[in-house]
Design a protein around this ligand. Sequence first.
Ligand SMILES: *[C@@H]1O[C@H](CO)[C@@H](O)[C@H](O)[C@H]1NC(C)=O
Ligand SMILES: *[C@@H]1O[C@H](CO)[C@@H](O)[C@H](O)[C@H]1NC(C)=O
Ligand SMILES: *[C@@H]1O[C@H](CO)[C@@H](O)[C@H](O)[C@H]1NC(C)=O
Ligand SMILES: *[C@@H]1O[C@H](CO)[C@@H](O)[C@H](O)[C@H]1NC(C)=O
Ligand SMILES: *[C@@H]1O[C@H](CO)[C@@H](O)[C@H](O)[C@H]1NC(C)=O
Length: 542
Amino acid sequence: MHILRGAAALLAASHSVVLAAAAEASASDQKLPPYRYPKYHPDPKRANAVRQAFRLSWDGYYKHAFPHDSLRPVSNSYEDDRNGWGASAVDAFSTALIMGEYKIIDQILRYIPHINFNQTESEVSLFETTIRYLGGLLSAYDLITGPLQRYFNYTDHQTRAILHQARCLADNLKVAFDTPTGIPDNNLFFGPPRKKGSTSNGVATIGTLVLEWTRLSDLTGDPQYAKLSQKAERYLLHPRPALGEPFPGLLGSSVNLDTGLFENGAGGWGGGTDSFYEYLIKMYLYDCHRFGHYRDRWVLAADSSIRYLISHPTTRPDLTFLAMWRNRTLHYFSEHLACFNGGNFILGGLTLDEPAYVQFGLDLVSSCYATYAGTLTGIGPELFQWQDSTTPLNATNNPGPPGEQKRLYDRAGFWITNGGYQLRPEVIESFYYAYRATGEKKYQEWAWEAFLAVNATCRVGSGYSSLADVNKLEGGGWTDFQESFWFAEVMKYTYLIFAEDAPWQVRADHENQFVFNTEAHPIRIAGGRERYGIWGYGRGDI
Ligand SMILES: *[C@@H]1O[C@H](CO)[C@@H](O)[C@H](O)[C@H]1NC(C)=O
Ligand SMILES: *[C@@H]1O[C@H](CO)[C@@H](O)[C@H](O)[C@H]1NC(C)=O
Ligand SMILES: *[C@@H]1O[C@H](CO)[C@@H](O)[C@H](O)[C@H]1NC(C)=O
Ligand SMILES: *[C@@H]1O[C@H](CO)[C@@H](O)[C@H](O)[C@H]1NC(C)=O
Ligand SMILES: *[C@@H]1O[C@H](CO)[C@@H](O)[C@H](O)[C@H]1NC(C)=O
């Protein structure tokens, strides 16, 4: 991996200073473990318990909601919240493949050719459609034509239909990019495909397309999809004006479609901007030859986060969260969505051979764990806040907790500003990366605790439901909705942390064959094929 090391060495000197600070900021003088060949501890009993939860919720969905998008498990009904193309079926596909759930795989395989991506009643989100449907289809195709090919007739029409449908969908979506700048309008209507006419788009919704659209081009040999997504991404890699980049590599959140200029300087590692940062390093992992500049921008964002955003709660200085920003003013709140950041720092550290990023990621992971351990249900809240220990306590950006939450804050180091839980994966996702980097059983235990808490509180009727308040008895009641990402993400990451090693598992030794999109759909790494040359597309067994 000399390419990676050489490139990392070229980075500016200030970078090493930041990393040294990170190493110091984290577990003090403890010797950094070698994140290369961790010993893993598969646990078939626990993996099987997760499989049972997957089967149970799939059967509930199949009986009461399929082929609609999402199950309402309490009322045994459904909702078409993702355009009615069967979002849960497509989102469950890669998880079923990884678990080897052949009855479920067969049900989904037979359904895919019948989706009509030309029609929908409701508004289409380019971002949500890309990460759930396009990501789900491409991942299934990559798994079936790759490591699972011996279980399938991968030249038959069902397999080809998966890629064909992905392409049909993208052909309908691509009208989004038809703007003066090439930055897509995220909001569309189909039948026929047309833009809604938005004037701006968000950083995450622009910057979380490039993996799926590049993969589609690499699989079909048609470069148009990669070109569209990469042209849009350029406005995020070269942000203008200065307002849009308040800290090096850390951006605002809204970009004008006509000018390509940033409209504000407010951002964070949370919803609205999160997966833009996530994909910078994942693109480099996908193909280090084409996406070196994406790596440089990730390093800049990671270093700025360590230099400027680290915050410790006054009552729990052992915890490390990343603050949000409005221009250069920090705000001390975060959210469940942002808890992917620990896993992303770990993946960056493994990919770039920088143990300090891994160690910093582990600190973020244990702090997100604390948001689970601190509540009555053992599940973390949607939104939380804290008081920063180095900012004056009377500063307007550093308020203390409201009276009724003071006891929670004293004990747990955060208070809750939205206690909902929508079956989100990010905390377990980061446990997974922490485990794959270190092999430490602690992270399996944390994932198991989280799974037991979710299984005890969200399990109802024909599936698993979102909750009203994680800090109330029984989660404050069920809100009767099972998001499609329950299947794609929560079930997959929880299963993988207990499962046997496999080609799709994240690796610590630079031999990754897959990279997970932001919906946890594993996409086959382009470099993997070149390096190993063992899997061919549409060719016979080698
Ligand atoms: C969708 O529209 C395309 C382009 O008009 C057409 O080729 C295709 O057959 C249509 N698919 C379905 C399922 O109607
Ligand atoms: C696989 O599918 C193709 C196309 O339908 C068919 O020609 C071929 O016989 C099938 N192979 C096997 C082993 O079933
Ligand atoms: C950020 O800076 C811009 C330009 O200086 C200013 O117009 C805007 O009000 C600032 N926003 C906040 C939230 O302070
Ligand atoms: C905060 O308190 C300090 C010291 O008492 C004082 O000098 C400062 O003006 C106060 N700041 C605000 C924003 O009230
Ligand atoms: C999950 O919940 C179900 C239903 O309450 C229960 O039967 C099952 O044993 C639970 N799984 C674990 C691992 O506790």
